[in-house]
Design a protein around this ligand. Structure first.
Ligand SMILES: Nc1ncnc2c1ncn2[C@@H]1O[C@H](COP(=O)(O)OP(=O)(O)OP(=O)(O)O)[C@@H](O)[C@H]1O
Ligand SMILES: [Mg+2]
Length: 243
């Protein structure tokens, strides 16, 4: 059960990015993925999202034992997958409010799917306040001119609104101030208690500790190696080259 990556391999232009990679995400688990720049962390998340440029050469992605590797990104979202990219797309002309309302239509199992416009805006304003964004944000074009921190707060808002089963978050902490990092950790802990599972990519050791991860993985030589808190301390002190 849960979400499984089974023997997943990816090549980009004949370069092996990862090979026979295995991972299982169960409800209420927080997995953290670490690794040096350019090793393949973001590529893995794009492959899970169903990005057309990151189609695995072999292996399988399963949700509750059902293969989803052939599914479109929309179907994967309906099955509970949410991926927050390292560099989220800017969509000129599409307002935050319209983007969120339209995207909610991909989640028929979410109670928010049935909200009236009034209910939607009421909830949206509450969530904006929770993540520290002003009401005026609803009429801004998605991610256009957002500061680094605002983009990440907007991702947090999506997580709170869409309530996916499996959240893949690529450097959600990057560009966030100290208070926002605490907010992110608190929101993740709350959603974990509700049953959500996470795979979080981060380079910030202190932030990783604050998440109290149930599983740690280090990307090395095209595979994931299981790690523990001692490994985290070692990486902090000596870097990845010592592993
Ligand atoms: N579309 C692409 N075309 C060519 N090369 C790519 C493409 N996407 C990723 N790569 C290459 O694949 C490798 C892995 O990139 P990826 O973005 O997954 O790294 P990362 O582990 O997320 O790094 P960082 O910590 O810097 O974000 C890099 O060498 C990158 O240049
Ligand atoms: Mg990356």
């Amino acid at each position: 059960m849960g979400l499984i990556l089974r023997d997943l391999s990816l090549k980009i232009a004949e370069n092996v990015i990862f090979e026979a990679l295995n991972l299982q995400l169960n409800s209420k688990e927080i997995h953290v993925l670490l690794g040096p720049n350019g090793i393949g962390k973001s590529s893995l998340l794009k492959a899970v999202a169903g990005h057309a440029d990151y189609v695995p050469s072999s292996g399988e992605i399963l949700i509750n034992d059902e293969p989803i590797s052939q599914c479109t990104p929309e179907i994967r979202a309906q099955k509970g997958v949410f991926v927050a990219f390292q560099n989220p797309a800017e969509i000129e002309g599409l307002s935050v409010a319209n983007f969120l309302r339209t995207t909610l239509k991909a989640y028929p199992q979410n109670p928010a799917y049935h909200w009236t416009a009034t209910q939607f805006y009421q909830q949206l304003y509450e969530l904006l306040a929770q993540v520290g964004l002003p009401k005026e944000f609803t009429s801004r074009s998605v991610n256009c001119g957002f500061s680094g921190g605002e983009k990440k707060r907007f991702e947090l808002l999506q997580l709170l609104l869409f309530k996916p089963q499996f959240a893949f978050l690529d450097e959600l902490d990057s560009g966030l101030d100290v208070d926002a990092k605490k907010l992110v950790a608190a929101v993740i802990t709350k959603l974990q208690a509700e049953g959500m599972s996470f795979l979080i990519v981060s380079h910030d050791i202190e932030f990783i500790r604050s998440l109290k991860p149930t599983h740690l993985h280090v990307f090395k030589e095209h595979r994931l190696i299981s790690a523990d808190i001692a490994t985290l301390n070692k990486i902090e002190a000596q870097g990845f080259c010592t592993l």
